[in-house]
Design a protein around this ligand. Structure first.
Ligand code: SAM
Length: 352
């Protein structure tokens, strides 16, 4: 839903990942647009987009898609934090390919603040360097939420009591990079939610499988941690790109030097949860954004957002939303710890 801006020829030659990193600006601009048009509330996003007031608004179709995915993932995250409350446990959230996401600041502004034990954001070093600079800019106000923070790794990493910004290439073997990056900050004992918002699709299926397996192993019983925390995952990305729509999308992206190797094993909605069941997850489910918009958003919200701007292309909207899905999966560390996590997931709203 965020077509990247084309990379020029010299960038293509010298830095094949520039176009992938550019997708972060596209996602941030889409969010900023949805906020300015009144779809979403986010008082932090403008601090992470240079010259925010001068940025063009995105078309209604993009604003609607951004709203639906954002609402659905917010709900999954908030529910995860809510479920951990009766357990008396703090949660960890790890956002992989976090880019300019503002979720940490939004959560710290709301009722789930006390539930967050640690929040990690991982991305390419260039992206984390830019984000660390924005956070440390006193005019952004972002560092107030963090309290005392320290830069590390030449300004590419930032640590505070709860928030950690970590630079890496997620395609590298996690066993080589994660122990040094997470150090002792990531605990195997706490319920932990992984967020993959539009990132796995840029990686090979082998690299994303190795990445997920590293977390599965980290949250498996060991002599040090006989009862590890429950592991949750949410993934937002495109799928089913083998049809005419998908071929056009792939060609457009290829012209902009972006390929989607991670989309290949996912020709259908059913194939999305299978990714997690293969890694031994206890439960997994996926829904298209079209289904979420129709059946999982409160009718009053649907009415409110539909009245924000004229959306002529309803068929086109539905076609696009049918090619994006949100998957969520949960892995309990033992049969005794399945409850209450089995409750976790999007629930359809009651139709009037
Ligand atoms: C489409 S953006 C999404 C950003 C954010 N998750 C959101 O939804 O707003 C994809 C992000 O994944 C990051 N990314 C993609 N491949 C990566 C990799 N191999 N290692 C680290 N980050 C990666 C990009 O730099 C970019 O910030």
């Amino acid at each position: 839903m965020h077509p990247p801006v084309p990379a020029n020829r010299s960038e293509r030659v010298h830095d094949v990942d520039a176009a992938i990193r550019q997708t972060d600006s596209d996602a941030a601009l889409a969010r900023l647009s949805a906020v300015r048009k009144g779809y979403l509330n986010d008082r932090f996003i403008s601090s992470l987009v240079p010259r925010a007031q001068l940025q063009p608004l995105r078309p209604p179709l993009i604003n609607t898609g951004t709203y639906v995915r954002s609402e659905a993932i917010d709900r999954l995250v908030e529910q995860w934090l809510e479920l951990s409350k009766p357990e008396g446990q703090l949660c960890q959230i790890v956002s992989l390919g976090a880019g300019s996401d503002t979720r940490f600041w939004r959560l710290m502004d709301g009722p789930w603040k006390e539930q967050i034990g640690a929040y990690f954001e991982l991305d390419f070093p260039d992206v984390t360097l830019k984000k660390a600079m924005a956070i440390r800019n006193p005019r952004s106000g972002l560092s107030t939420t963090l309290g005392h923070s320290e830069l590390d790794l030449g300004g590419q990493a930032l640590h505070s009591s709860r928030y950690h910004l970590l630079p890496c290439d997620l395609r590298n073997p996690p066993a080589d990079i994660f122990p040094g990056l997470f150090k002792e900050y990531l605990s195997p004992a706490l319920p932990t939610l992984l967020l993959f918002e539009c990132v796995l699709v840029y990686m090979s299926p082998e690299a994303s499988s190795t990445l997920i397996q590293w977390f599965v192993d980290f949250f498996s019983p060991s002599t040090h941690t006989p009862l590890p925390g429950t592991l949750g995952c949410t993934v937002y990305e495109m799928f089913g790109l083998e049809d005419a729509f998908g071929r056009v999308m792939m060609n457009n992206l290829r012209a902009r030097n972006v390929s989607l190797p991670g989309a290949k094993p996912y020709p259908s909605l059913e194939s999305l949860p299978a990714r997690f069941l293969r890694h031994g997850f206890t439960s997994a489910k996926a829904l298209t954004l079209r289904n979420i918009r129709s059946n999982y958003i409160e009718p009053s919200e649907l009415e409110r957002t539909s009245s924000l701007e004229m959306l002529d292309e309803v068929e086109e909207l539905n076609l696009v939303l049918e090619h994006y899905a949100i998957t969520w999966a949960m892995k309990a560390s033992s049969a005794a710890t399945i409850s209450p996590w089995i409750e976790w997931g999007l629930r359809p709203v009651k139709q009037a």
